[in-house]
Design a protein around this ligand. Structure first.
Ligand SMILES: C[S@@+](CC[C@H](N)C(=O)[O-])C[C@H]1O[C@@H](n2cnc3c(N)ncnc32)[C@H](O)[C@@H]1O
Length: 303
């Protein structure tokens, strides 16, 4: 359960041209980020990840029965999570109106995805609307009203919150916690939680104890999403635990270890190194169980 297990770092891949499509195991393609030293999606399958970790985990096939659905896509990137969501919603209910907000710091990612035809796996209705979003950052018609907020998500989340937006589903998809700690802090996630409806669900690919404890500190309940042939589960969060798939005993115990010390960014403005160092300092003085002890205990109980 390391923080970045599904998205290998730069030490494990050759140098790749920026935004040159890279294949993943399900045949869909992704990009590699030189800046963060990570792929944008799991190498097990980018499309599969969007469908299983984000869309299914937020119960969108059921939520689509409503006449209107509000979606918030944090770290829009190539747009796969939104594409998979729209496909599911309109398959279940072609008349569903989607009100959408996306947060992203780099507009060139979405444009590159369109240029390389990476959204061609989804239906035309989805493709052309997201091409409009990539081009103009805004689009509105009868079934879709969307705005892509460009900039640091720590700033743009405040605008979303000020607008009174309440999401039925939030996709939380930054690069891994060690590489992008600023989008996994308790303070940032509190603002994200403010944008979640009482009946909504937030999904992320991460099962890191630091992320789960930050979600709990933000006041949400958490569940574990199924691995779907993958090594690690993701996390789903909500204000109520009524429908959340429960964590295992092993996962709950992980949350008592030093790995569960969350990232903090009190002013929402610190650089990643400061945020990492702050957490490291808190871990050093913590009286929580060392994570190695937890690992050893569960290794021996499995054998
Ligand atoms: C793991 S990728 C997201 C993949 C995306 N959800 C998709 O389906 O294609 C992370 C994204 O976060 C963006 N990002 C990085 N730092 C950010 C920040 N501070 N604020 C907003 N977006 C950021 C990156 O440009 C990248 O597109």
């Amino acid at each position: 359960m390391s923080d970045s297990i599904d998205r290998p770092g730069i030490d494990r891949v050759p140098i790749i041209r920026p935004f040159a499509p890279q294949p993943t195991a399900d045949g869909s393609r992704t990009f590699y980020s030189e800046e963060f030293g990570e792929f944008f999606h799991s190498h097990h399958g980018a499309k599969q990840e969007a469908e299983s970790k984000f869309v299914r985990s937020t119960f969108l096939h059921e939520q689509a029965r409503k006449p209107v659905i509000h979606l918030l896509d944090i770290c829009y990137g190539l747009g796969y999570n939104t594409a998979a969501a729209l496909e599911t919603i309109w398959r279940e209910n072609p008349y569903c109106q989607v009100v959408w907000m996306g947060l992203e710091s780099d507009a060139t990612v979405a444009s590159a995805a369109i240029t390389h035809h990476l959204l061609d796996d989804w239906s035309n209705d989805v493709q052309w609307r997201l091409a409009e979003i990539a081009r103009h950052q805004e689009f509105e018609d009868t079934y879709f009203r969307g705005k892509l907020w460009l900039g640091d998500a720590r700033d743009t989340i405040l605008k979303v919150r000020e607008s009174g937006f309440g999401a039925d589903a939030i996709f939380l998809d930054p690069f891994s916690p060690p590489n992008c700690p600023q989008l996994w802090t308790v303070e940032f996630l509190r603002y994200v939680a403010d944008c979640l409806k009482p009946t909504g669900y937030l999904a992320t690919y991460s099962c890191a104890a630091s992320v789960r404890s930050a979600l709990l500190e933000a006041g949400l309940k958490i569940g574990s999403t199924s691995p779907m042939g993958r090594k690690t589960p993701g996390t789903v969060a909500s204000w109520s635990d009524r429908k959340l798939p429960p964590l295992s005993q092993r996962e709950w115990e992980h949350l008592q270890t030093r790995a569960a010390v969350p990232y903090r960014d009190p002013t929402l403005s610190d650089v990643p190194e400061t945020i990492r160092n702050r957490r490291h300092g808190e871990q050093e003085t913590s009286d929580r169980e060392p994570t190695t002890q937890w690992k050893k205990r569960w290794k021996s109980s499995n054998s």
